[in-house]
Design a protein around this ligand. Structure first.
Ligand SMILES: *[C@@H]1O[C@H](CO)[C@@H](O)[C@H](O)[C@H]1NC(C)=O
Ligand SMILES: *[C@@H]1O[C@H](CO)[C@@H](O)[C@H](O)[C@H]1NC(C)=O
Length: 332
């Protein structure tokens, strides 16, 4: 339909008002309709337009990719950058230690000492690299502080409990700190539970994690390895959501491919964590692992590590020490 009445040329003037009365009425109706349309559209847009502030931020998209959609490799650059930007604190070389017992650091387990001497030809070398998970407060029952203070080692301290990480960073350890927990092959988010008792002293450091269930996390994640320990769940208090990553992702983020001592004490998830380690890409010499809470048991861990070139060096009621067969020192 040709709408000639909207053209400027045909607008009515006061002089010919009577003659163009019907045209004028049409214009008024049209203008009112236009106004109504405008007002309606305005409120419609207000009601149904996408709310800009509720659009996901770049940060949320990255998290969605890492924890829900999934990335292609453990050391995917997206994960590595995320770790660098959110979870890694560099070694505190410039500041003095802030320790409760600076004169007598916790002694390294005697079996680990002998394993290190074995692997390195009779004496524990200086300037080695350790990884300790969970690192607790960095001092109490630490498996690495003596190496750091007496032999100049550095390393990576991994602790998932937010409250313990605070104490850990207060110590000014000369090692990287990662405020995360370790996962299997895929990064996951968990509820971090910490033992509510403070006695016996070690129980204060006993944490455990509970998988946050989402429909996509059905792979080899940690949720299948729920620890079956003797503490009642009611004795645990939640410390909130903690993010877990494969060990290899964290090592990639700090460019480390050689680990002289890996100490793993994570209340039941040891097997899943070790299973995800690409041993052909990381050269690990000695592994100190707590096995008694792992559902896969002593035999499961032994078999897994044997398949990856490790032999059992020593065993106690709760821990095993493995040495990498390829680095065995052959005495003359
Ligand atoms: C040393 O550590 C304690 C315990 O974590 C903390 O309260 C204190 O603020 C720390 N001191 C310094 C100088 O960082
Ligand atoms: C790791 O290596 C990359 C590439 O060489 C470098 O840009 C980055 O700073 C290194 N990161 C650390 C923690 O040394």
């Amino acid at each position: 339909m040709k709408s000639s009445f909207i053209s400027i040329r045909n607008l009515p003037s006061c002089k010919n008002f009577a003659r163009n009365k019907s045209k004028f009425v049409l214009i008024v109706i049209f203008a009112s309709a236009l106004l109504m349309f405008g007002i309606t559209s305005y409120y419609f847009l207000l009601l149904f337009s996408p709310n800009l502030s509720s659009l996901p931020s770049a940060e949320e998209l990255v998290k969605d990719l890492i924890f829900t959609k999934g990335v292609s490799a453990q050391n995917d650059p997206i994960v590595v950058n995320y770790l660098i930007n959110h979870h890694l604190i560099s070694p505190n070389f410039g500041t003095d230690y802030n320790l409760t017992n600076i004169l007598n650091p916790q002694q390294l387990d005697i079996n680990v000492q002998s394993a290190l001497r074995h692997v390195f030809g009779g004496r524990i070398p200086e300037n080695g690299f350790f990884v300790e998970c969970g690192a607790n407060d960095g001092e109490f029952l630490s498996n690495t502080i003596q190496l750091e203070m007496e032999l100049g080692w550095t390393g990576l301290l991994i602790e998932g409990s937010p409250s313990l990480v605070k104490s850990l960073t207060n110590t000014n350890r000369k090692a990287w700190v990662a405020d995360v927990c370790l996962s299997g092959e895929k990064p996951i988010q968990v509820d971090f539970l910490r033992h509510a008792n403070t006695f016996p002293p070690w129980s204060g450091g006993a944490g455990k994690i509970k998988e946050r269930k989402t429909t996509t996390q059905t792979g080899n994640g940690i949720e299948k390895a729920t620890p079956t320990n003797s503490y009642g769940t009611d004795l645990f208090t939640s410390e909130g959501v903690v993010e877990c990553f494969p060990l290899y992702a964290i090592l990639s983020a700090i460019n480390v491919s050689r680990v002289d001592l890996l100490s793993l004490d994570v209340e039941g998830h040891e097997y899943q964590i070790l299973k995800a380690v690409p041993f052909h890409s990381v050269d690990i010499k000695v592994i100190f692992v707590e096995y008694f809470l792992a559902p896969e048991g002593e035999q499961g861990i032994k078999t897994l590590l044997a398949e990856n070139g490790f032999k059992l060096w020593a065993k106690t009621g709760s821990d095993m020490v493995f040495v990498n067969k390829q680095t065995d020192y052959v005495s003359p």
